[in-house]
Write a protein that binds this ligand. Structure first.
Ligand SMILES: [Zn+2]
Length: 276
């Protein structure tokens, strides 16, 4: 097949990547990479061995000794894809998204007063999450539904997203400190800090221990500095939100705050089913 042979020749031609000895040539830093499960993570059992690297997962460029890339190993496409799949699996395990998979834009009742006005803005954020979006409003106006809809839409597009209820996330991070933890705290915290889309539901319901407050601040401060897409929901009144966090979520250069004043969403959703 011509396509298959062209893939092979890309791997072999002068100046292109070459295969490596999988046992002898792995870079030392790769031992820290999430590679134990290797390139076939999440791939079908019948997936063929990668033709680019023969399953080694790594390639080096066929360049002269004087070239800066001489001897440098690069992860093969198959390895990068495996890491992405592994990350998606870990995020899914860490997410509370299973419980809210049915909460999408399609299942929002647009006839609920107050929601109709804000849904278009939230939808447009969901299509292309950029910066921060904070949903303020009392208990029961549909904030969690809207936040879950944003997360579900990103997941549908195959993007990496973490949807977490703030107290659950902090509990989880605290647990990774423990001796029984199978995952390193630093690794997990880094994953949450840098996930392309982080949706944090129920800010303000976490315990007010100094540890929890500081972790949350570190997390949000990093995402603010890096302008990483972040969605927050909270029942708190603005003056009750920690000032360091409030000043960031209100910064117009980074994001926007939407206040939802709908009548009780869950009650209305049950009663007000529109005739069509
Ligand atoms: Zn490969």
């Amino acid at each position: 097949m011509s396509q298959g042979s062209s893939v092979h020749s890309t791997a072999d031609h002068d100046g292109g990547p070459t295969r490596i000895d999988p046992l002898g040539d792995r870079p030392a830093w790769a031992n820290d990479a999430p590679s134990q499960v290797d390139w076939a993570v999440g791939a079908p059992a019948s997936a063929p061995v990668c033709p680019l690297c023969d399953g080694a997962g790594w390639l080096k460029e066929d360049v002269a000794f004087s070239h800066p890339n001489f001897g440098v190993l690069f992860p093969c496409q198959c390895k990068q894809a495996a890491w992405a799949r592994q990350t998606a699996i870990e995020l899914a395990q860490l997410s509370n998204l299973d419980a809210v998979r049915d909460k999408t834009f399609a299942t929002i009742n647009p006839f609920v007063p107050g929601l109709r006005e804000v849904v278009p803005r939230i939808r447009s954020y969901a299509r292309r999450p950029d910066g921060w979006l904070t949903l303020l409003g009392p208990y029961g106006v549909g904030k969690t539904h809207l936040a879950a809809a944003i997360a579900n839409e990103a997941l549908e597009r195959g993007e990496h997203v973490l949807f977490a209820v703030v107290p659950d996330l902090l509990d989880h991070l605290r647990a990774t400190f423990g001796p029984q933890s199978t995952v390193a705290y630093d690794e997990r915290f880094e994953q949450v800090r840098t996930v392309p889309l982080l949706v944090l539901d129920d800010l303000g319901t976490e315990s007010a221990t100094p540890w929890a407050r500081e972790k949350l601040y570190q997390l949000l401060n990093h995402r603010y500095n890096e302008r990483l897409a972040t969605v927050l929901t909270t029942n708190l009144k603005p003056e009750a939100i920690e000032p360091r966090i409030y000043s960031r979520l209100c910064d117009p250069a980074c994001g926007s705050v939407i206040t939802i004043v709908a009548a009780d969403y869950r009650r209305r959703a049950a009663q007000d089913v529109p005739s069509q």
